[in-house]
Design a protein around this ligand. Structure first.
Ligand code: NAI
Ligand code: OAA
Length: 252
């Protein structure tokens, strides 16, 4: 049975705890220690308020489902502790030198860094962008203003530019922009819209290159406990964890 350490006992943490199958969450850490305590009690995991002690637990893999700040602070020490790592707050990897250092550490430690598909679909084959020419790559994200903790009377574009800048301005809402950039091997173009008439978290991907062209549209149900996060993002980690020890690997 794969043992998991969970960094971040929020919305995503709860979804994966409820779906434990082929893996067990045995240790949890949250900067709000009452959350780790309550989570530990509900799901039978050991709660920690000291990160070094959390890493001492003999877990196989740590799932970061907390924040870009948490991923930035803790990713390296997780790998150095000899654990595989799942990063949900992918915006942390927008800093190329930080990302390269992490990959180097993972290589030296013979550990893996997993980036789940999260709130989008198609991340697998978007990797063809690394081996074949791309003419255009645009991510258009549209969310209800509530999901962005904002208000708006009408559909409004609040960002248009590169993923690198978008994840710094909207770290809780655009991790997918960085996942796509890493997958296709270039800093992709991003538009971020808020629309009071849209009740889903919508991501549209426009991708053209040597392979042909693709248009992917995902209209995600927001998580009831955190409308910024699509429910699909939590399901995506769950699917990754449930299949870690599956000999049959599906997708690119
Ligand atoms: N890659 C993707 O496609 C997606 C990524 N996300 C990201 O996943 C992460 C988790 O999302 P949710 O569970 O919905 O968030 P949430 O806000 O419901 O839960 C986050 C939990 O982490 C804790 N936390 C925050 N910073 C921390 C730190 N520095 N150290 C320890 N604990 C910390 C909070 O106290 C909270 O309990 C967020 O960063 C979110 O932006 C969300 C959706 C899609
Ligand atoms: O959950 C979503 O729809 C996307 C999201 O917040 C992110 O990329 O951080």
């Amino acid at each position: 049975m794969i043992t998991v350490g969970l960094l971040g006992c929020g919305n995503i943490g709860h979804v994966i705890a409820k779906g434990q199958e082929n893996f067990r969450i045995t240790a949890v850490y949250d900067s709000v220690s009452a959350r780790a305590e309550a989570f530990g009690k509900e799901f039978g995991a050991a709660p920690y308020d000291d990160f070094a002690a959390f890493l001492q637990e003999p877990t196989d893999i740590v799932v970061e489902a907390a924040s870009v700040a948490a991923a930035t602070t803790h990713a390296e020490s997780i790998l150095l502790a000899g654990k595989d790592l799942v990063i949900m707050s992918v915006g942390a990897l927008a800093d190329v030198s930080f990302r390269e250092e992490l990959i180097q550490t993972a290589r030296e430690m013979k550990k893996k860094i997993h980036i789940p598909s999260g709130a989008i679909m198609g991340l697998d084959n978007i990797r063809v962008g690394q081996i074949s020419g791309i003419d255009k790559f645009v991510l258009r994200t549209t969310k209800n203003p509530k999901s962005l903790s904002r208000e708006a009377e009408e559909k409004t574009c609040i960002f248009s530019g590169k993923a690198y800048d978008c994840v710094h301005q909207y770290p809780k809402n655009t991790n997918v922009a960085e996942s796509l950039s890493i997958a296709c091997g270039r800093d992709v173009d991003v538009e971020l819209w808020m629309d009071p008439n849209e009740d889903r978290n919508m991501h549209e991907i426009f991708f053209e290159g040597e392979f042909g062209e693709a248009y992917i549209r995902v209209r995600n149900v927001p998580s009831p406990d955190n409308p910024a996060t699509s429910y699909l993002a939590a399901l995506s980690i769950l699917s990754l964890l449930q299949n870690l020890d599956n000999p049959l690997v599906i997708g690119a």
